[in-house]
Design a protein around this ligand. Structure first.
Ligand code: ADP
Ligand code: MG
Length: 294
């Protein structure tokens, strides 16, 4: 009996969160370990389906870098990167679109549907969701000194109507980070920035990044629970935030600027990390928020 009452208590503890998040949109950037390990994949899909059944509107944006590299190698092509951006020639872009929009996207759709959700896969091209332009990378300090990294895009505009249509009938959108350029050309977009752009356009309540670390770490390696925007900017300029965390935090800052409620960077290696973040007072990982740190 005690164990049963304990179960009821766990559900009741979640009640204030369920009440306040009812009808709200959560954009989730799905990446890292949670996208590779089978048990974690199942737990992720369960969390997403649970969220949708209690009235939260999950929108998934996924990455898939390791799968792209694997496929490129199988095809005898060596991946190359400049400042963390994949150098994307036409052939690479075809592979990116096939792997992300096909294989990876449909795997996630199947996972969610397998748990009783109704997921629909789309890329930034579908329904004109994401417009982009070629990203220009500065070589040095000199103006105009640019490196051409090919078909890598940055989002210029999000038209979220297609997501509204899906939401009306209870579908869960699963978006691959590919967009259309001004001439209809296909552009490869960083999934962190893509998720921030989608969250901004939807005025999402939360933007949650699943990654392979416990959160943002300070110089001593401890997880920072909460950061204000100003603190996050300082961490970037001091070099405490670098590598793959850099686009994530910049994307989070962009989303906050655009009116997204809160952004979270959480450990995708923890099973059911989404539920732990959303339905417990302490949460897990790092929260970057607009106001003052508490
Ligand atoms: P994802 O697949 O989630 O995008 P990335 O590898 O691109 O993962 O980004 C996360 C990585 O960022 C971490 O594994 C870590 O190596 C790096 N990183 C750099 N600075 C920090 C920091 N301050 N805190 C945590 N991780 C950091
Ligand atoms: Mg990354």
């Amino acid at each position: 009996m005690k164990a049963l009452i304990e179960k009821a208590n766990v559900l009741i503890e979640a009640l204030p969160y369920i009440r306040s998040f009812y009808g709200k949109t959560f954009v989730i950037k799905y990446g890292g370990a949670a996208q590779k390990d089978d048990e974690l994949k199942q737990a992720f899909a369960e969390d997403v389906v649970l969220l949708s059944y209690i009235g939260i509107r999950p929108v998934i944006v996924h990455g898939g870098g390791p799968m792209i590299n694997e496929t490129m190698k199988k095809m005898g092509k060596a991946p190359s990167f400049v400042h963390g951006h994949r150098v994307t020639d036409t052939e690479t872009m075809d592979i990116v679109e096939m792997v992300l929009g096909g294989l990876v996207n449909k795997q996630i759709v199947s996972l969610i549907n397998g748990k009783g959700g109704r997921a629909v896969g789309l890329s930034g091209k579908d329904g004109g969701l994401v417009k982009a332009r070629k990203k220009k990378l500065q070589k040095g300090d000199a103006e105009g000194d640019l490196i051409d990294i090919g078909l890598v895009g940055e989002v210029t505009e999000v038209a979220p109507q297609v997501l509204g249509s899906l939401d009306k009938d209870g579908f869960i959108p699963v978006i691959s980070p590919v967009g259309a350029g001004p001439g209809g050309e296909t552009l490869n977009i960083n999934a962190d920035f893509m998720s921030a752009a989608v969250a901004s356009a939807l005025r999402a309540e939360k933007l949650i990044f699943l990654t392979d670390v416990p959160g943002i770490l300070d110089k001593k390696g401890n997880v920072v629970g909460t950061l204000t925007k100003a603190q996050a900017r300082r961490q970037i300029s001091s070099g405490a935030i670098s590598g793959g965390m850099n686009p994530k935090v910049n994307a989070a800052l962009e989303a906050l600027q655009a009116g997204v409620g809160k952004t979270h960077i959480i450990d995708g290696r923890v099973p059911h990390c989404l539920l732990l973040e959303i339905f417990t007072r302490r949460g897990i990982g790092t929260e970057i928020k607009a106001g003052r740190a508490s």
